[in-house]
Design a protein around this ligand. Structure first.
Ligand code: ISE
Length: 334
């Protein structure tokens, strides 16, 4: 039996997911796509034999659609996720769950009163083999009790409209999610420091920034966000425990020593670096939904991450340490 999926949004991420569903998830069938730019939706629909809609709500209401993937712009996520909940359809929503705490809380409140989870948020790093190995190492106690976590998050470049707050709400959100997932703790405070801006960054972009996170049990986390590093997409982590360290991403791929030098590949962007993770995310989501369960990153994770990101943006604009307060965790989220 295959899962009939509707994809809302056929911009870059929507197309990417449609291609991956069509080529790498045999148990999935994309039966409908939608986009406000309906010509774009029609092109994608033709490639996979799906129906095209201009309105995501019509797609969600289509009886043929059993589950929905939302890849439209972040500010539309709340309304489409709420519509999926009202229609009792499982949904994989690209990050962020929603751009504001209030919007996330509305989704949380709508889902928390239902008997089972329907919403999964697209934090795909949790599906990356390297990140899973990192977590397995920490969980097995091989480096002792975690004390510090160093995260480096560098992009070669960003689109012209990219702003300093988006460095947190679009990029660092992944590191916020990984921190909570890896350590199994909430983040209670954040402070953002600004380095002198790179002369290669667009005028007005505060790049790079250091985002400090403090967890409930006192682990200190530093996230370097550098979105115009020029040389490639570079994600590196090091967790420092009481009796050892565990690192990720220092030397990805094949390393060559030749011609008096030492060379290794650097992926150009996140789609290449996390291609396998996106694929696995889709495969596991489809398998889970067919099995009647949604177990990936939850609405609670989406809410907690946005709450930390909002606090970090406040620290970025006003300066100083900003505490993060969360509502009580509903029973549905364990
Ligand atoms: C992008 O939106 C992503 O989701 C990537 O994973 C992240 O690394 C990048 O910085 C974001 O712009």
């Amino acid at each position: 039996m295959s899962l009939r999926i509707g994809v809302v949004g056929t911009g870059a991420m929507g197309r990417y997911h449609v291609e991956r569903l069509a080529s790498g998830v045999p148990d999935a069938q994309v039966v409908a796509v939608s986009d406000v730019y309906v010509e774009g939706a029609k092109q994608v629909a033709e490639q996979v034999g799906a129906r095209a809609y201009a309105d995501g709500h019509e797609l969600i209401g289509d009886d043929q659609v059993q589950a929905v993937l939302i890849a439209s712009p972040g500010f539309t996520h709340e309304e489409f996720t709420l519509a999926c909940l009202a229609a009792d359809k499982p949904v994989l929503c690209e990050k962020p769950l929603a751009p504001t705490i209030d919007a996330c809380l509305r989704v949380l409140e709508a889902e928390a009163v239902t008997p089972r989870r329907l919403v999964q948020v697209g934090f795909m790093r949790r599906y990356d083999e390297g990140f899973r190995a990192l977590k397995a190492t920490v969980d097995a106690g091989r480096v002792g009790r975690p004390l510090l976590l160093h995260c480096r998050h560098r992009n070669a470049d960003v689109p012209p409209a990219f702003t300093s707050d988006m460095m947190i709400t679009d990029s660092v959100v992944h590191d916020i999610d990984v921190t909570r997932w890896l350590l199994g703790q909430e983040i209670v405070a954040t402070t953002v420091f600004k380095a002198r801006p790179s002369s290669l960054a667009p005028q007005g972009l505060q790049d790079p920034q250091m985002v400090m996170l403090e967890t409930a049990e006192g682990v200190l986390v530093d996230v370097e966000s550098f979105v115009t590093c020029q040389y490639g997409y570079d994600i590196r982590y090091e967790l420092v425990g009481e009796s050892g360290t565990v690192a990720l991403g220092e030397h990805p791929g094949v390393q060559v020593r030749a011609e008096g030098g030492h060379h290794g590949p650097i992926p150009p962007d996140y789609r290449e670096r996390f291609g396998d993770a996106y694929q696995r995310e889709l495969q596991e989501w489809v398998a889970g939904v067919l099995d009647g369960q949604v177990v990936g990153p939850s609405t609670w994770d989406g809410y907690a991450t946005t709450a930390v990101a909002e606090a970090a943006v406040e620290s970025q604009t006003k300066g100083g340490r900003v505490a993060v307060g969360l509502v009580e965790r509903p029973a549905l989220y364990g």
